[in-house]
Design a protein around this ligand. Structure first.
Ligand code: NPW
Ligand code: ADP
Ligand code: MG
Length: 286
């Protein structure tokens, strides 16, 4: 298992080209947030916007429209039960994030099926939270796309069949290769299983053990894979690293880290990365 280092941030977060517009930095469509779990998709959307995606649309329950806009006017809203609109938004996306707060009832299942029917192999498809649980319980086929699963250990147990105490590198690798997808197995020292390597995140803090922390990571992965779409594999690694690097910084002065604080800190943190030259170390950034 290879340890991730801050080099991944320097590799991925480079200065934006001058001759650019919002379309240069990709479109993210996020689908989730039922009547009870609106916060999950709002946190994921905030993360995608703050990570620098060019255009972000959130397909969610109608009741989340005003809360979304009051928190995040940069995001557009769509009703996730409008199949035609969701199909169009999914087809238009560089990256699709599906699952945060989607829920597991019949309506959630129909929405998931509609999303999966409309992805294509050119897109990054981040499958998180309820979408993983639904896939496992309802035996739903993996959709087209560059698939990135972001399960916690219980979600990975549901998807892979490997019990939490038995999730060894070898077993996880076999399950990941069968899926033919990237797996971000979230925990203390998250592991990332890619097509040719297994990475471990050596940073992160229990101050991150707060609801919404994974929703926020899913949004950053969506944002980074859209924005840095010429290197999507590295973008996933950088997203995982930046999420915990910012959390550690905040945890120096806070007992817990609120997920939205990570998102709000992203633009300034990324500015510091952009300025770094190879012979400088991120540790100097205090
Ligand atoms: N503000 C919002 O709207 C929020 C909405 N959210 C949304 O809710 C949806 C459901 O997601 P979920 O993760 O809350 O529930 P589920 O998939 O049933 O897993 C929990 C079960 O697994 C067990 N467990 C064992 N190991 C574990 C581990 N390492 N990490 C985590 N759990 C572990 C755990 O054990 P226990 O804690 O009971 O001991 C429990 O039995 C999803 O769409 C998500 O996006 C949340 O993001 C919160 C904020
Ligand atoms: N003790 C810990 N140390 C480091 N990271 C943690 C710790 N506890 C939780 N996390 C991180 O918080 C996130 C939790 O994800 P998840 O359980 O999906 O949250 P939610 O669904 O509530 O948003 C993951 O990124 C995980 O790595
Ligand atoms: Mg989660």
């Amino acid at each position: 298992m290879e340890k991730l280092t801050d080099q991944i941030l320097k590799d991925v977060i480079t200065p934006r080209p001058q001759n650019s517009f919002k379309g240069t930095f990709g479109k993210v469509t996020l689908v989730g947030g039922n009547h009870n779990f609106g916060g999950a998709i709002i946190m994921a959307s905030m993360a995608a916007v703050c990570a620098g995606a060019g255009l972000v649309t959130t397909a969610t329950d109608k009741s989340n429209s005003s809360p979304l806009h009051s928190q995040l006017p940069e995001a557009m809203f769509a009703d996730f039960t409008n199949d035609k609109q969701v199909a169009d938004l999914v087809q238009a996306a560089t990256s699709v994030v599906v699952g945060p707060g989607l829920g597991d009832d019949e309506s959630s299942l129909q929405i998931l099926k509609n999303v999966f029917a409309n992805t294509n192999d050119q897109q990054n498809v981040i499958i998180d939270g309820s979408a993983i649980t639904l896939m496992a319980h309802e035996n739903i086929d993996q959709p087209h796309g560059n698939i990135i699963y972001t399960p916690h250990e219980m979600e990975w147990q549901r998807l892979s069949g490997i019990k939490i105490g038995e999730q060894t590198e070898d077993k996880n690798k076999i399950a990941q290769q069968k899926l033919g997808a990237t797996v971000v197995l979230k925990k203390h020292h998250t592991e990332i299983y890619t097509s040719n390597q297994v990475y471990q995140l050596p940073i992160g803090t229990p101050a991150q053990a707060v609801g919404g922390m994974g929703d926020t990571l899913a949004g950053i992965v969506g944002g980074f894979t859209a924005e840095f779409n010429d290197k999507p594999a590295e973008a996933v690694l950088a997203a995982v690293y930046v999420h915990s690097a910012i959390a550690e910084k905040i945890a120096e002065s806070q007992y817990i880290v609120l997920p939205h604080q990570i998102s709000r800190a992203l633009p300034a943190f990324m500015k510091k990365m952009e300025k770094l030259e190879d012979d400088h170390h991120i540790g100097f950034l205090n």
